[in-house]
Design a protein around this ligand. Structure first.
Ligand code: FAD
Length: 448
């Protein structure tokens, strides 16, 4: 698959707009919001709201087209009676969503646009970026596995009115990297036609914004059959205002302090039967689409985390480069290494790390936009970018000495903010495992 490096004018324009927001809205608030952890970036949210609502309208249209195309493909397969899609009799009648299928064939640049936007916003301030009023991880999960009806019912709220937030709650005290150990239960009550959720979720990004501060939602992973392991795990949409849902704690953190990270307790929280994403049947092996759906969500969101890491890394790199340039230390390209000072070598290496991570992110993104499998590239980008931002920001503090360590500038903050990208949505180690499994052809059980 060819990757086009020249950006369409629409994306260029978008990046210029976002860069202005990053410089003029985010940066001036960065230190204050870092010092006051539980204050929210009100100005940033209001500036970004119209744009996010527009973006969500596009997401919904694309997700519905995708879901309709999938349905059409299933119908075609049924009519043909041939499971492999390569043979059989042609479908007599065009499936109902033929135009949607056609639309799907056009090359998309949606994710390409998104990673550029996220990179630029994270250059501004990664904590504030995480407060974008949108479906975020929760929206991504609904987009990935929801039916057209669910997409409409749950996601339309993000396209209109007051700001709203979406979130995804998977992590529990006993289940982080080992997602198979989720203890939160969902029990079906046939009398009321409801699911009853019980358990505790921790470290849920924007959990409080979604459930307490707006009419948002959280996609909650719970097991409907503990004995079935991963096959029993299903995603459920829990909306703000659901009785029995309690925000028990908001974390105080090392970095991304403008973003809220909540502990949520579900105490007999009842939600409608059709708030489950995917079907309620417990299927193992190839049929276990529910859990695979969750993992698919990560294939789409890991490049976004990588882009965020790169944005923070670029902020630190540019500040270091420009500060040192004022002292007469300039980057020099094309000279042999032994003719450079060690500081110049460090600067070149910082830039090279950034570019390598960005290229991997662009590859993962291009595959996603081309609707091709990107599990390997998505995890690779995440591993590389998580490491790169950690190393680059530490190096920036090291090269700048007291200027890097002082709170007068933002370098020390970027060092704290950057680390999260090596932790959430699969730690660096866990994503390295995914990469290894993909390359070596091992299953989850064979390599853990
Ligand atoms: C600020 C923040 C926001 C978050 N937001 C969300 C959110 O919105 N939703 C959500 O569900 N979760 C969220 N998380 C949770 C995050 O995804 C988990 O912290 C992460 O997956 C790691 O899980 P854990 O904390 O249980 O660590 P553990 O799994 O206990 O890991 C501890 C260490 O062991 C390593 N390790 C674990 N397993 C292996 C292995 N098999 N091989 C090698 N090394 C291994 C890890 O890499 C890590 O270094 C958030 C976390 C933070 C800090």
């Amino acid at each position: 698959m060819a990757i086009e490096f020249k950006l369409p004018e629409t994306i260029e324009k978008q990046i210029r707009g976002v860069q202005l927001v990053a410089e003029n809205v985010m940066r001036p608030e960065s230190r204050r919001l870092d010092d006051n952890e539980h204050e929210r970036p009100v100005r940033f949210v209001s500036v970004m709201l119209p744009q996010m609502q527009e973006m969500e309208r596009g997401n919904i249209a694309a997700a519905k087209a995708r879901a309709a195309a999938k349905k059409a493909a299933v119908m075609a397969e049924k009519v043909n009676g041939n499971g492999n899609g390569h043979g059989g009799i042609a479908v007599a009648e065009p499936p109902p969503a033929a135009d949607a299928v056609e639309k799907e064939k056009k090359p998309s640049v949606a994710t390409l646009m998104l990673v550029h936007v996220i990179e630029a916003l994270s250059w501004g301030d990664a904590g504030q970026y995480l407060c974008l009023p949108a479906g975020m991880l929760g929206g991504a999960a609904i987009n990935a596995v929801g039916t057209p009806e669910q997409i409409d019912r749950f996601l339309t709220r993000f396209t209109e009115g007051e700001p709203k937030w979406g979130a995804m709650a998977m992590t529990e005290p006993q289940a982080g990297s080992d997602t198979g150990n989720i203890q939160t239960t969902a029990t079906f009550d046939a009398k009321t036609n409801e699911w009853v959720l019980n358990g505790q979720k921790i470290f849920c990004t924007s959990g409080k914004l979604a459930l307490e501060e707006s009419n948002g939602l959280v996609v909650v992973w719970a097991t409907i059959d503990k004995k079935a392991g991963r096959a029993g795990m299903k995603p459920f949409v829990v909306e703000a205002g659901t009785p029995g849902v309690i925000i028990a704690k908001v974390e105080e953190k090392l970095g991304i302090r403008a973003s809220d990270t909540a502990t949520i307790i579900f105490d007999n929280a009842r939600i409608p039967a059709d708030n489950i994403l995917g079907d309620a049947e417990v299927k193992t092996g190839e049929g276990n689409k529910g859990f695979k759906g969750a993992m698919k969500t990560f294939d789409t969101t890991r490049p976004i985390v990588a882009a965020s890491a790169i944005g923070i890394g670029r902020a630190a790199f540019e500040f270091t480069r420009d500060t040192l340039a004022k002292e007469g230390i300039r980057m020099e390209y094309g000279k042999p290494r032994h003719k450079l000072t060690s500081v110049q070598v460090d600067l070149l290496e910082m830039e090279a790390q950034l570019k390598a991570a960005w290229l991997l992110t662009l590859k993962a993104t291009a595959l996603l936009d081309a609707k091709e499998e990107n599990k390997l590239e998505s995890s690779m980008a995440k591993v590389k970018a998580g490491k790169a931002v950690t190393q680059i920001t530490q190096k920036a503090v090291e090269l700048l000495g007291p200027l890097g360590y002082s709170t007068e500038f933002l370098v020390e903050k970027w060092m704290r903010d950057g680390k999260i990208n090596d932790i959430y949505e699969g730690t660096g180690q866990v994503n390295t495992l995914v990469v290894a499994r993909e390359i070596l052809g091992y299953t989850r059980n064979e390599l853990k």
